[in-house]
Design a protein around this ligand. Structure first.
Ligand SMILES: Cc1cc2nc3c(=O)[nH]c(=O)nc-3n(C[C@H](O)[C@H](O)[C@H](O)COP(=O)(O)OP(=O)(O)OC[C@H]3O[C@@H](n4cnc5c(N)ncnc54)[C@H](O)[C@@H]3O)c2cc1C
Length: 397
């Protein structure tokens, strides 16, 4: 499969996709969402835009619930809250991200599986469905949820490849690649997330939900879940910082949240300037796919263009925290206000920047979005428990 055109990384595109999907977000979605058909007609395909918050979860939920009852749209609402749950779960247990990265480093240093990994990544295993999904992933940067589950399961249990390398492949190629949803979904398929419960891809299920396009044989359908240490106890949910009034203030955008209205509303006056810190290359120790780099950079540019009249003078868009420091000093900035970045490369880059800014007496203020502040504290146990909070969370929107 050759590369397909990169979809526009704009809010306009997100709103257009939402508009087209809205009539189908109720009972149609509940009945059809598991079918992985060409063109993905039964799901929203909004994830690359949601991942960068070119459109927010709250906006999508509000639009869907403006059109359907909570009962009719229950399945779709729950899926959006899966994203929120995974983000909260990892936020309460950040060590899981570090453990994943350490495991990946070990796999890459080992080298004994390099050829088999390259074969799987290139979609040359001889398992037709798996090879097709690998090629679709690389060509488009998107896979249907069911295809992600089947592909991850075949990777782990049939091909016997390390789950960390599969998660890394997804993260480098998915336009919606997300440290929480991706790492924890791979752990879930492997049986590490819900201890002893793994996901085994079944040939009849694949045939049924791909409209008969694939009829795989030879898949391992009987295997033990992977074993690993217990997850750490959850830490308290973060609360975020509060900006101080009366200071010379600038905005710092990251690819984690490109709807900065809530930052501007929290300030006592307009910011003097804005800049953007890009961390997308930090998704992996290996090179991130060019279309992911392009999409993320374009998403940030779209947000800067849309908000330019409210964010003051334009500063750099850079992947080097040192550039932000130099710029902030030159502008005489006293506080830099940024959306709270959840666990992952953006949060790591912000921590580095924070230390450098502090040495220059510039404060980095990480503002937590009310949506995350309300939901994340509920991610202490499994999704089943989290789900009970959904009606109250929806009522708060
Ligand atoms: C192995 C594996 C890896 C994954 N990696 C990622 C990832 O890196 N980034 C990512 O955003 N999602 C990931 N997912 C979750 C899910 O597959 C995608 O969010 C979904 O397929 C996106 O397509 P959509 O926008 O059409 O979803 P829709 O079905 O239209 O759902 C609407 C929104 O709800 C959220 N959502 C839906 N299903 C899930 C789910 N199971 N978990 C979390 N959020 C969900 C997404 O934000 C999505 O845009 C992964 C799932 C698996 C099994």
């Amino acid at each position: 499969m050759t590369d397909t055109a990169l979809p526009p990384a704009t809010r306009t595109q997100a709103l257009e996709r939402l508009r087209r999907f809205l009539p189908h977000a109720g009972r149609d979605y509940a009945a059809q969402r598991n079918h992985d058909l060409p063109g993905h007609p039964h799901v929203s395909t909004l994830s690359p835009w949601l991942r960068h918050r070119l459109i927010t979860e709250a906006e999508v939920l509000e639009a869907v619930l403006g059109r359907h009852s909570l009962q009719a749209a229950e399945k779709f609402v729950q899926e959006v809250y899966w994203r929120t749950y995974w983000k909260g779960w990892l936020e309460l247990r950040p060590a899981i991200w570090g453990d994943y990265r350490a495991g990946l480093d070990r796999v890459l240093a080992d080298g004994s599986m390099t050829d088999r990994l390259a074969q799987a990544e290139a979609g040359q295993t001889g398992i037709a469905c798996f090879d097709a999904w690998m090629q679709e992933l690389v060509a488009t940067g998107y896979l249907h949820n069911h295809a992600r589950m089947w592909a991850a399961s075949i990777w782990i249990f049939t091909l016997r490849l390390p789950w960390e390398a599969g998660a890394d492949l997804f993260l480098r190629h998915l336009l919606d690649g997300d440290p929480a949803s991706n790492t924890l979904s791979w752990r879930w398929v492997a049986g590490l997330q819900t201890k002893g419960k793994h996901y085994l891809a079944r040939p009849d299920n694949i045939a049924k939900y791909t409209g008969g396009r694939f009829q795989p044989t030879g898949l391992v359908t009987d295997a033990e879940p992977l074993r690993g240490p217990d997850a750490p106890k959850p830490r308290p949910a973060p609360r975020g910082d509060t900006p101080r009034p009366g200071l010379k203030t600038a905005i710092l955008l990251t690819e984690e949240d490109l709807s900065p209205g809530f930052l501007l509303d929290a300030l006592d006056g307009p910011p003097v300037a804005h800049a953007a810190l890009l961390s997308v290359t930090g998704r992996s120790p290996r090179p991130v796919a060019p279309r992911v780099l392009d999409f993320t950079r374009a998403a940030i540019t779209d947000a800067r263009d849309r908000w330019s009249d409210r964010m003051g003078a334009a500063g750099p868009l850079t992947d080097d925290p040192g550039d932000i420091l130099t710029w902030a000093k030159a502008q005489g900035i006293e506080q830099l206000v940024t959306p709270y970045a959840p666990v992952g490369p953006a949060a790591t880059a912000l921590s580095r920047l924070d230390r450098a800014l502090a040495a220059e007496r510039i404060t980095l203020v990480r503002l937590l979005r009310p949506y995350d502040a309300s939901a994340w504290p509920h991610a202490t146990h499994g999704f089943f428990r989290f789900k009970e909070a959904i009606p109250a969370l929806v009522a708060e929107l």
